[in-house]
Design a protein around this ligand. Structure first.
Ligand code: ZN
Length: 156
């Protein structure tokens, strides 16, 4: 368990330092801004959905290592998945970081996202870890930038 925890820590540090898919996306079909005022994290998520599948997803933003690593790993986790699969994965990720016990199927589905299990011990960090996901859902909900930015303060 300690070994796994070390690997998870390493993964989060690596993605926090060198976020993947950290760029704006040309031809995005959806875009949303997210803000976590409790920590100061800001993220903009771009998606391109084709035939109900996330064909591409990127983000730009600034914030703590957890928020950047979560955004980075989120983009890797959802690319190639259907919008319904993304919803299901978000549910499992939310359970993980809020400490809801997961079954084996959920653990398998989470893959690298399981690295955020430790966040459950730090309630202040839950919003850092879920900001990218809330913002992704807003980006998937429709064409660009209608409505107010997502803030973790209206989200559960
Ligand atoms: Zn944060």
């Amino acid at each position: 368990m300690t070994h796994a925890a070390d690997l998870y820590q390493e993964l989060i540090l690596d993605h926090g330092r060198r976020p993947r898919n950290h760029r704006a996306l040309d031809g995005a079909s959806g875009k949303a801004d997210g803000h976590n005022p409790l920590c100061g994290d800001r993220v903009t998520v771009f998606v391109r959905v084709e035939g109900g599948v996330v064909a591409d997803v990127t983000f730009v933003g600034t914030g703590c290592a957890i928020s950047q690593a979560s955004s980075s790993l989120m983009t890797e986790a959802v690319r190639g998945r259907s919008v319904a699969e993304v919803e299901a994965l978000f549910g499992r990720f939310h359970d993980l970081v809020t400490g809801t016990p997961a079954d084996d199927a959920a653990q398998d589905a989470l893959g690298k996202l399981a690295a955020f299990a430790g966040v459950a011990e730090f309630p202040m960090r839950v919003k850092c870890a879920t900001l990218a996901w809330h913002t992704l859902r807003a980006a998937l909900a429709g064409p660009a930038a209608v409505g107010a930015p997502v803030t973790t303060e209206d989200a559960s």
